[in-house]
Each structure stands twice: as C-alpha cells, then as structure tokens.
Design a protein around this ligand. Structure first.
Ligand SMILES: Nc1ncnc2c1ncn2[C@@H]1O[C@H](COP(=O)(O)OP(=O)(O)OP(=O)(O)O)[C@@H](O)[C@H]1O
Ligand SMILES: [Mg+2]
Length: 367
C-alpha cells in the first residue's frame, strides 16, 4: 500500500472480526522491515499473536520485538518494531490525573465504583482511550510510524462517535444537578423521569447493574469542571486525525455487509476530511483461473487424473464451488477498491490463523 509509505500514523478500522488487529501488526512489520522505527498499538490481540510480538500483559508498555525473533522467523530485522496492548483503565487513570484540579479530586474519581468499571461499563470507553493513547504516542514519542488497531465494535463508526458521546455524558450539567440529591439521600429518592427520558435511558443503559444512581451522581460530581480540559484534548485528537500524516486503512472481508460498513466508514472519513490511505480486503477466496475461464469439469479431470468417477466428480464440484465463491468475493473487493481509488490490497485466506511473525510477514509482503 504505497499511500501508507509517508504516513506517521496508520489507523486500522473496520467491522468486527475482519482482521484489523492482524493487519495493524502486518502494516507495522512491513514498515519496520523497510527500516523504520514503528510502534503497533493493539487492542485485545489474540494471545498467540500477543506472544509472537513479545507482549505478556496489558499495561501500555511499549515492548520491542527482539531481533532474534525476526531471525527465528526467517526475517531480516531491518528497523525496529515495538508493540503494546492498550490498557484502557490505565489510560483513563492517566487522563484523570492530567485533568484533575488536585489530588483529592483525582482520588475521589479513582475510588468511585462506576469509574472502576469504566473500561467495561461505559460503551465507547475503549475507543475513546484508543484515541487518547494515539495522541500521546504520536506527540510525546519519536516513532516514524504509529499503527493503531481499533476495538472490536459492532459498528466501525463507533470509533469516531465514541469520544463525543462520552463527553456529552461527562459534561451534562443537567444530569449532574438532577442527580446530586442522590449523593446525600440514603436511598436515592429520585424520579428518573426528572432526568428527561432520553438522557436517562441513554445514559443509564450504558451501565450495568442496578443500584447505580448514587455512584453515578458521585461520578459526575467528580468530573465537574474537568469537562473543558477533556473537550480541548478531544478536539486536538480530532484535528490530529485530519492531518495528512494520518492514513486510515479500511479493513474488510469480502462479505457484502462488511464491505457496506467499510464504505460507510469511508464516506464518513471523507466528510470529516480524515485521510484514507487505502483498503485491505482480507481473507478472500482467490480465483484459481483467470476471468472468463472456468474450472475444469468432471470429464477433463477424469482424463487428467486417470482417476475413477467419484473422485473426479467430487473434485469438479469443489473447484466449481471455490470458483463461484472467488467470483462473488471479486465483486465485493471491486466495490471496496473503487471507493478508495484503487488503493486496495487483497489478502487471501491463509491456511492457518495468523499468530506469528512468519504469518504476519506473509501479509506484510502483500502490503
Ligand atoms: N488473511 C488471513 N488468513 C487467515 N486467517 C486470518 C487472516 N487474517 C486474519 N486471520 C485470523 O482471523 C482472526 C481474526 O483476526 P483479527 O483478530 O485480526 O480480527 P479483528 O478485526 O481484529 O477482530 P476484532 O474485531 O474482534 O478485534 C485471527 O485468528 C487471525 O489470525
Ligand atoms: Mg482486533
């Protein structure tokens, strides 16, 4: 993907399960092998992939993939490849520490039970923190390229919308005021409808568990006055994402739904002037014969193999089905690539999962 060559930030986005994490790691590997100093920030990588990158645990720790790991996989180290797993909770903690007016406030937030479950309880939290971390990694470190993987959301667009939704929630003074009696009431004597149906439903639905009002009131009170700082930071992240050094990589499978979603994302990025570097159609079924030619039929196979009827018939059917799938995939891949002006790479379904440097390098070669 040539259009990635000059970027300083690559963000892999796309529907769930299509290969974002794998492609992010492969993009990083490709650039590192070309001599660059690269960091891949992964989110929830499969354990074996994490191991292959030398990552043992969460913690926002940037870990260098050692040269001998490259050599053992039959690769030249070239540049430097670093990897890390995003630690959502710790990123929140850092963010709170940065914005809290004093220690007491910081500790109050840290102690809040909702806050402690924030990474899992607040929808969009991972996305928000991924952006936050990206900002820090690109402004405070000196990598040639930072590759960001994005969380396994049901909808790719959540990635762009999450920060705003969370800020809406943290900055909602009406909710804060309405909930404040809950802080003092023994039992929260609150009528939820006072909150305004939509806000209450939207907000409370984000949290799991029943007796949350008091925690919620305390939580919102804790964040009071910090909103502006958060908002400024989020605005900085957004403007960073629309600089030319950024390249979004749309990752999709060849399923029509996945491509629809990737195209929706592409439109949105375009509307927000966020630069797209290209698309990756992953795990596609490659065509075994050129356009116009069809798979050999039963008769031809029988003659070629000199084999009995049953084998030739089964083989003919398998090949025909494969070819049908390949044609269907090609149609979807073409839709995807057209949207990005041809800047697309198709990666076939490999025989095994991609969980080591050798597997990644097979992808990297195609990028
Ligand atoms: N080209 C490929 N061939 C074979 N297996 C692949 C290929 N690309 C990815 N995989 C495998 O598919 C699985 C899902 O990939 P991955 O975890 O990268 O997807 P993801 O988009 O990050 O998923 P999530 O949305 O859950 O984060 C992994 O087991 C990975 O090894
Ligand atoms: Mg993933």
């Amino acid at each position: 993907m040539e259009r990635l060559a000059e970027r300083r930030i690559a963000v892999c986005v796309g529907p769930g399960g299509v290969g974002k994490t794998t492609v992010a790691a492969a993009v990083g590997l490709a650039r590192a092998q070309a001599g660059a100093r690269v960091l891949v920030c992964t989110i929830d990588p499969a354990r074996r992939l994490a191991n292959a990158l030398g990552l043992q645990s969460l913690g926002n720790v940037e870990t260098r993939v050692p040269d001998h790991a490259f050599r053992e996989a039959g690769l030249q180290p070239g540049g430097q490849l670093f990897a890390m797993m995003l630690d959502v909770k710790r990123t929140w903690d850092d963010l709170v520490a940065r914005h809290a007016p004093d220690r007491a406030r910081r500790e109050r937030i840290y102690r809040n039970r909702l806050y402690q479950q924030l990474s899992s309880a607040l929808a969009g939290s991972q996305e928000f923190m991924a952006m936050e971390k990206l900002y820090e990694l690109t402004t405070e470190r000196d990598y040639d390229l930072v590759v960001l993987d994005t969380p396994p959301t049901a909808h790719a667009l959540d990635f762009l919308d999450a920060p705003e939704r969370i800020l809406d929630f943290l900055g909602n003074d009406t909710a804060r005021a309405l909930l404040s009696p809950a802080l003092h009431a023994g039992r929260a004597g609150l009528k939820l409808f006072q909150l305004g149906g939509a806000y209450a439903a939207k907000t409370l639905a984000r949290f799991t568990g029943a007796d949350v009002l008091k925690d919620l009131a305390d939580f919102l009170a804790g964040f009071q006055g910090m909103y502006e700082g958060f908002e400024r930071r989020a605005a900085a992240v957004r403007s960073l994402l629309s600089t030319p050094g950024v390249g979004f990589v749309l990752v999709a499978s060849a399923s029509p739904l996945a491509v629809d979603e990737a195209l929706g994302f592409h439109e949105r990025l375009h509307a927000e002037s966020m630069p797209v570097a290209g698309a990756v159609a992953n795990r596609i079924t490659p065509s075994l014969w050129p356009e116009g030619e069809s798979a050999p039929g039963e008769e031809a196979l029988r003659a070629a193999l000199g084999a009995g009827g049953d084998l030739a018939a089964r083989l003919a059917r398998t090949l025909a089905e494969h070819q049908l799938q390949a044609r269907a995939d090609a149609v979807q891949v073409a839709r995807l690539f057209e949207a990005v002006g041809g800047a697309g790479v198709a990666i076939p379904r490999l025989r095994a999962d991609v969980h080591d440097l050798r597997g990644l390098s097979q992808l990297a070669e195609r990028l």
